[in-house]
Design a protein around this ligand. Structure first.
Ligand code: SF4
Length: 384
């Protein structure tokens, strides 16, 4: 099996907290990029002739900012150049304000069967503080249009710990969103990344100073984190990964690929891949990408940071990626992958984490709820 990620690096405008590879562009530049992307998808296909594609994720940026005809061409090229499993999961990320009923219906007709809507909040003041281009009404309209267009598998992205956000207001967002009954909810806390306008506004002003600047206090943030788990579980969502919740059977198959270390190929600017334990990233420089796949070119090399993972690195990833999943990691699968008992490699680490109440062990090793709260610490213990 193979998963495919396709990166569309364009957005209407940069949000104030965003450090993703995304930027505004003219229609002409988007068109040139789309042509190069098609070329890459086509010319890389020979590497995966033996594989069945089980998931595709069109992410960004804002994929829905491309003309619908470009998305249709991407879908056609995939179908013509790759073999698919019988029921592939094909997701596109969309932002409210960049979709309408016709666009969504055409996505559906092209074979896209899952939508991921970047809502983040349903409070207009919070959306303004984030620098988002949409308001709450735009999100609700997009959600309803998606249902009308026939999408029965929708994710909604939410964020907490936002400037000006209180636990009460966040709870209101959770209730309104669960009221729509999306099949999946991703709920992340805001992380203030260096190099973003938010870093200049709040980055060095954490703690008390951050509160003065309008960030929620640590206790408030803690309440939001706890409310997320509690309210979503009450509404019937199962927390299957640290920040991801789904109705039964609606877990995101594409993202699960990453946590289970299955192979995925990334196409487009800056896209990451991992195939047969080799990781690489496509160049993040647009000119280099276009030089490789632009007009008239048939074969380009855009791969950078190529890293063949050694056995130790594979074991580390097996543990720290797999432990993100609520089901944890299987001792039998560890043995199957490495022909060694997990106990032999990680015995003392597992014992120490067990003694501290951070993991449960049995046939599967899983984070406890305390372990989930301090997951970064737990994951770090598995690095050699
Ligand atoms: S829409 Fe998403 S990718 Fe685009 S600027 Fe905002 S956060 Fe970044």
């Amino acid at each position: 099996m193979l998963s495919i990620y396709i990166h569309i690096p364009f957005c209407v405008r940069k949000c104030l907290y965003c450090d993703f590879l995304s930027f505004p562009a003219s229609e002409r530049d988007k068109e040139i990029y789309a042509a190069a992307l098609l070329k890459e998808i086509e010319t890389e296909a020979f590497r995966y002739e033996e594989r069945l594609v089980d998931t595709v994720f069109l992410g960004g940026g804002t994929p829905s900012i491309l003309q619908t005809a470009h998305i249709e061409k991407i879908m056609d090229t995939l179908k013509n150049c790759y073999r698919f499993s019988s029921k592939p999961e094909i997701t596109i990320e969309v932002n409210p304000c960049t979709v309408d009923k016709e666009k969504l219906s055409r996505y559906k007709a092209a074979g896209i069967n899952r939508l991921s809507i970047g809502a983040q909040s349903v409070q207009d003041s919070e959306l303004r503080a984030l620098g988002r281009i949409h308001n709450a009404a735009d999100f609700f309209a997009a959600f309803h249009m998606a249902r009308e267009a026939g999408f029965d598998n929708i994710n909604v992205d939410l964020m907490s710990a936002l400037p000006g956000q209180t636990a009460e207001r966040y709870l209101e967002t959770l209730l309104k969103v669960t009221g729509l009954k999306p099949e999946h909810i991703s709920a992340y806390s805001l992380i203030i990344e260096e190099g973003t306008p938010f870093f200049d506004m709040y980055g060095e002003k954490e703690g008390e100073n951050g509160v003065e600047r309008g960030l929620p206090s640590e206790e408030e943030e803690r309440r939001m984190y706890e409310e997320t788990g509690k309210r979503l579980e009450e509404a019937g969502y199962c927390r299957y990964e640290i920040s991801n919740y789904a109705l039964k059977g609606r877990e995101c198959r594409h993202n699960t690929t990453y946590w289970r270390r299955h192979d995925y190929a990334g196409f487009g600017l800056g896209a990451s891949s991992m195939v047969e334990n080799v990781r690489w990233k496509n160049t993040a420089r647009m000119q280099t990408y276009l030089d490789a796949y632009g007009k008239g070119k048939i074969h380009g090399n855009v791969k950078e940071e190529i890293q063949r993972l050694g056995r130790a690195e594979q074991m580390e990833e097996f543990m720290f990626l797999g432990l993100r999943l609520t089901e944890g990691v299987s001792r039998a699968e560890f043995f199957e992958a490495f022909h060694e008992d997990m106990e032999k490699i990680y015995g003392p680490v597992l014992q120490q984490l067990l003694d501290n109440g951070l993991i449960d062990t049995g046939e599967r090793v899983k984070l406890t709820s305390y372990g989930r709260d301090v997951s970064n610490y737990v994951m770090a213990q598995f690095l050699f």
